[in-house]
Ligand binder design. Structure first.
Ligand SMILES: *[C@@H]1O[C@H](CO)[C@@H](O)[C@H](O)[C@H]1NC(C)=O
Ligand SMILES: *[C@@H]1O[C@H](CO)[C@@H](O)[C@H](O)[C@H]1NC(C)=O
Ligand SMILES: *[C@@H]1O[C@H](CO)[C@@H](O)[C@H](O)[C@H]1NC(C)=O
Ligand SMILES: *[C@@H]1O[C@H](CO)[C@@H](O)[C@H](O)[C@H]1NC(C)=O
Ligand SMILES: *[C@@H]1O[C@H](CO)[C@@H](O)[C@H](O)[C@H]1NC(C)=O
Ligand SMILES: *[C@@H]1O[C@H](CO)[C@@H](O)[C@H](O)[C@H]1NC(C)=O
Length: 455
């Protein structure tokens, strides 16, 4: 203080000036430093956010997974880490490009429902999905529901059963296979059952790890075709379902498309519905063979013409055709909730060009058709001889699909044509006006399929 006071006035001013400047300088350096750090931080955190997002973008497509929000933290990332991260990002992008090119990117989880009626070739078309390794396929699981839940005849029964079917279906699509335990008879114990209907028709239930070693001799009503497995462990099956990328299910027990709206709108599902139809004349011919007992009156009437055909039989036929037509009309009308989720397929078109139709179905489902499926189709549609058994899917399909024409009595065809005319018109099945027309090989009973059948 003494010294300072002793300095001349201008000297003191100079000192003061210097002090002020250095204060400013320090401030300036501090501000610049802040700006640089902030910029760096921003840059780093932006890049690191990008890096965090890129795997997330993949997972996002996976509707079932909710990714954690990226942390706002980049300040510790060193440039070295950044470099490593950059090359990882590049590798990621490269992988994504490869996958987009069609190399096994599983994509988002899809749920495919093959909706059909009996004897329409649904086992055959179902195989298109069963053969795909990344799809968990179930063959007619609602069979159990039908066997155990009985509804009184009358108006309410159709609604009642449709609601039960729908809700069970939803749980199955979500891989909650335990729901079936309520309907399997005898009831499973400890989630184990040897009685799951047609287990052998579902690859996913007959491969590791769902196929457990069979230990002791247990009576298995439904067993795997190519190997011996222990009773089905439903927990293992449900785990396999969750592990597989997609779920597909075939059923002949869902009649009304409108009942499926809650499933289509369920955010946990990405449902694609394929409705499979077939010429009702062919369906009747096939049912008379497969469900012989149920069609006694039809057979008697067709062969002898003595026993009269009950009006209620014809009404049932008409009812079946109408429910199929009503569903198809709803689908083809493209209501908002169904857009992009409904496809109508004629069995005859599948039989004539199986591979092409399989491709169309997979495209509709948003899945790549794998070589496994192509191979199966190749093997199973060109069999030189008639397949074995009525449920066989191994036939020369383009030869088989209209064989019924040549053995069906014309009057039987006529009854179907009368009862099912509106449906036949919608689906492009031509009416045969005479026995000669029915049996005329060069007269096709098929109109060309409409491209608008995929919505
Ligand atoms: C999708 O989710 C399942 C189960 O949460 C998971 O195992 C699978 O790896 C996910 N797929 C992708 C592409 O993230
Ligand atoms: C920032 O990230 C690093 C590495 O990812 C982590 O170790 C650190 O705890 C994070 N810091 C904050 C504040 O989140
Ligand atoms: C890209 O794919 C290769 C080969 O499949 C794999 O080794 C690599 O880890 C993948 N990179 C990323 C970032 O996933
Ligand atoms: C069925 O599988 C689950 C899951 O692996 C297992 O915990 C359970 O013990 C199995 N049940 C039986 C009876 O083996
Ligand atoms: C299957 O039937 C079609 C049509 O009749 C015929 O062209 C084809 O050669 C048959 N394939 C075999 C393997 O018999
Ligand atoms: C069979 O159908 C073709 C094409 O419709 C027709 O030209 C031909 O006359 C028919 N044959 C008989 C015997 O009806």
């Amino acid at each position: 203080m003494e010294i300072r006071r002793s300095l001349p006035q201008d000297m003191r001013e100079l000192l003061h000036c210097l002090k002020m400047r250095s204060k400013y300088a320090v401030l300036l350096v501090f501000v610049i430093g802040l700006v640089i750090i902030e910029k760096e931080n921003n840059f780093i955190s932006r890049v690191s956010d990008k890096l965090k997002q890129s795997p997330q973008a993949l997972a996002e497509a996976n509707g079932t997974e909710i990714s954690p929000a990226p942390a706002e933290n980049g300040s510790l990332a060193s440039l070295q880490e950044l470099d490593a991260a950059f090359s990882q990002l590049r590798s990621h992008l490269y992988n994504i490009t490869l996958q987009l090119a069609g190399d096994g990117d599983p994509g988002p989880r899809r749920h495919i429902l093959l909706m059909a009626t009996t004897r329409t070739g649904s086992s055959f078309v179902g195989e298109f999905f069963n053969q795909q390794g990344s799809i968990f396929y179930l063959f007619e699981p609602l069979w159990h529901v039908e066997k155990t839940v009985t509804f009184l005849p009358g108006g309410a029964s159709a609604v009642g059963s449709a609601l039960v079917y729908r809700d069970v279906l939803k749980q199955l699509l979500l891989c909650d296979l335990y729901i079936l335990e309520n309907f399997i008879l005898p009831a499973p114990e400890g989630h184990l059952t040897p009685f799951l209907f047609r287990r052998g028709s579902s690859h996913s239930l007959c491969e590791e790890p769902v196929c457990t070693p069979s230990t002791k001799k247990v009576f298995e009503k439904y067993y795997c075709k190519n190997r011996r497995c222990g009773p089905l462990n439903i927990t293992l099956a449900a785990e396999a379902c969750r592990r597989k990328q997609h779920v597909a299910l075939k059923t002949v027990r869902i009649r009304q498309l409108e009942f499926l709206q809650p499933l289509v709108e369920d955010p946990r599902l990405d449902l694609r519905i394929i409705q499979l139809v077939r010429d009702p004349r062919a369906v009747l011919a096939s049912r008379m063979v497969a469900f012989s007992g149920k069609y006694e009156t039809w057979k008697k009437w067709a062969s002898e013409g003595e026993a009269p055909l009950h009006e209620e039989e014809v009404q049932r036929l008409r009812g079946n055709c109408e429910s199929i037509r009503v569903s198809a009309e709803l689908g083809l009308r493209r209501p908002g909730w169904l857009r992009g989720r409904y496809m109508l397929v004629r069995y005859e078109d599948v039989a004539r060009a199986p591979l092409q139709k399989a491709r169309e179905m997979y495209r509709f489902a948003g899945l790549p058709l794998t070589p496994q499926v192509e191979e199966w189709i190749g093997k199973n549609t060109q069999a030189p001889h008639d397949g074995n058994g009525v449920y066989s899917t191994c036939k020369n399909s383009s030869e088989q699909f209209d064989k019924w024409r040549f053995s069906m009595p014309f009057k039987l065809a006529q009854v179907v044509q009368d009862a099912c005319a509106p449906a036949m018109q919608l689906f492009g099945y031509k009416l045969a006006g005479s026995p000669a027309a029915l049996a005329n090989r060069s007269f096709s009973l098929l109109e060309e399929a409409q491209p608008a059948w995929v919505t």
